[in-house]
Design a protein around this ligand. Structure first.
Ligand SMILES: Cc1cc2nc3c(=O)[nH]c(=O)nc-3n(C[C@H](O)[C@H](O)[C@H](O)COP(=O)(O)O)c2cc1C
Length: 190
């Protein structure tokens, strides 16, 4: 029997994106963003609450990076979604993670994450009370350990995590089990 759950966001999985920025003072901040995703071939959109330090930093530097959180760093990823750079001056240092400056955009690259998108800001727009940030992905950095023999990211090697907004939990990614645009092909022939 189907039950009504009301008007709630019911998409699963949500990503666990690590959005890294510099403040005007050059300080590194990283925040956890689940309400974000790809919105064009080279575009990424983030939905940020107006008070986020990350938003101020993005507006100041016109740049940010977005990395995929993994199992090995779930404690740090969750903390980065709880503490704010607005009030905790050593937020990033507490994680023990390390940052280097991107060579392409004015934003930090967190070295421990395996896949990082270097993004330049395109627009920030108020949208239903939230701020919608859209950036162009100018480059992707990937640790060679997660690449397959053709140089593509092998998601099976990433140990990326997913966010479940129904019960506020994190999931690990399961095994690969079907090929997109192929598994449904028999139905095209009916
Ligand atoms: C799993 C998870 C997902 C989150 N997703 C978002 C999001 O999409 N947008 C947002 O504004 N805040 C989100 N947050 C909350 C921010 O990460 C949190 O407020 C953080 O302290 C902001 O850091 P900052 O002020 O240093 O930028 C999320 C937190 C968690 C734990």
């Amino acid at each position: 029997m189907l039950k009504d759950l009301g008007s709630v966001p019911a998409v699963f999985p949500m990503p666990v994106l690590m959005v890294a920025t510099y403040g005007e003072d050059g300080k590194v901040d990283v925040m956890n963003v689940a309400w974000g995703g790809i919105c064009g071939m080279d575009k990424i959109a983030l939905n940020l609450a107006p008070d986020r330090k990350t938003l101020k930093n993005i507006q100041a530097k016109k740049a940010f990076t977005v990395a995929l959180a993994d199992e090995a760093h779930i404690k740090e990823a969750d903390f980065l979604g709880t503490a704010s750079g607005n009030v905790m001056s050593d937020k990033f240092e507490r994680t023990g993670l390390t940052a280097v400056k991107s060579s392409r955009v004015d934003a930090p690259v967190i070295q421990e994450f395996k896949v990082t998108m270097e993004c330049k800001l395109e627009e920030v727009r108020e949208c239903f009370g939230e701020m919608r940030v859209v950036g162009t992905i100018v480059n992707v950095l990937a640790d060679e350990k997660v690449l397959d023999e053709k140089g593509k990211v092998d998601a099976g090697k990433l140990n990326a995590v997913m966010f479940d907004q129904f019960r506020n939990t994190y999931y690990t990614v399961g095994k690969e089990f079907a090929q997109a645009w192929r598994v449904g092909a028999p139905l095209m022939k009916k």
